[in-house]
Design a protein around this ligand. Structure first.
Ligand SMILES: [Cu+2]
Length: 199
């Protein structure tokens, strides 16, 4: 098993402390704070991992309603080496199956389908799994995926080997880690997850 490195932790704590201080100053000045402002840096806590030439940044997911059977996951993968590598398998204890899906436009309708074969990361390339784009699709979700409760996952690369990671869990509909959820409207009802429910 490879050694995992979480490099940003110290930095995050410093950032967090700064934000707390700033908020205290603002409060003294009588400036109202947006609810949840202080929680943002916690939610944004980046998780970075490295195995061989592969760098894995910030795996994240979004909370799904109780009883939901599908969830999506996202991550940024960099290949800092000189040879291509491939993500051949992904798994998590919170779901029966993890696939990589791609989004394609089909007559003006966005559709997703499983990537055929493994996800290749060319030398020097950064592949971003993000909303409305490539993503992990978790099916057979076991138990709740709740905001602020990270879950584990394993990404297996052909060359770099297996890497254990932790997915942060953001608000439902959050467009990116550390951002607020879509709230009560917007993408809430037309999320990728719902598209999945349709097929
Ligand atoms: Cu999908």
């Amino acid at each position: 098993m490879r050694k995992l490195v979480s490099r940003k932790l110290v930095l995050q704590n410093l950032v967090l402390q700064n934000l707390v201080l700033q908020n205290l100053v603002l409060q003294k000045l009588g400036v109202g704070l947006l609810a949840g402002a202080i929680a943002l840096p916690v939610a944004a806590a980046a998780r970075d991992y490295r195995a061989g030439a592969i760098e894995i940044d910030n795996p994240w997911s979004r909370a799904v309603p109780k009883g939901a059977s599908v969830a999506a996951g996202y991550v940024t993968i960099k290949n800092t080496g000189t040879e291509a590598d491939r993500l051949v398998e992904s798994s998590t204890p919170v779901a029966a199956k993890v696939e990589i899906h791609q989004m394609t436009m089909d007559n003006g309708v966005m559709r997703m389908r499983p990537l055929s074969g493994a996800l290749e990361i060319k030398p020097g390339e950064t592949v971003e799994l993000k909303p409305q784009s490539l993503h992990f699709m978790m099916t057979g979700v076991r138990g709740p995926i709740e905001q602020g409760k990270p879950f584990k996952g394993t990404l297996v690369f052909e060359k770099a080997g297996p890497v254990e990671v932790e997915f942060s869990v953001e608000a439902p509909g959050a467009p990116a880690p550390g951002t607020k959820g879509a709230g009560t409207k917007a993408s809430g009802g037309h999320d990728m997850h719902d598209m999945h429910d349709m097929h």
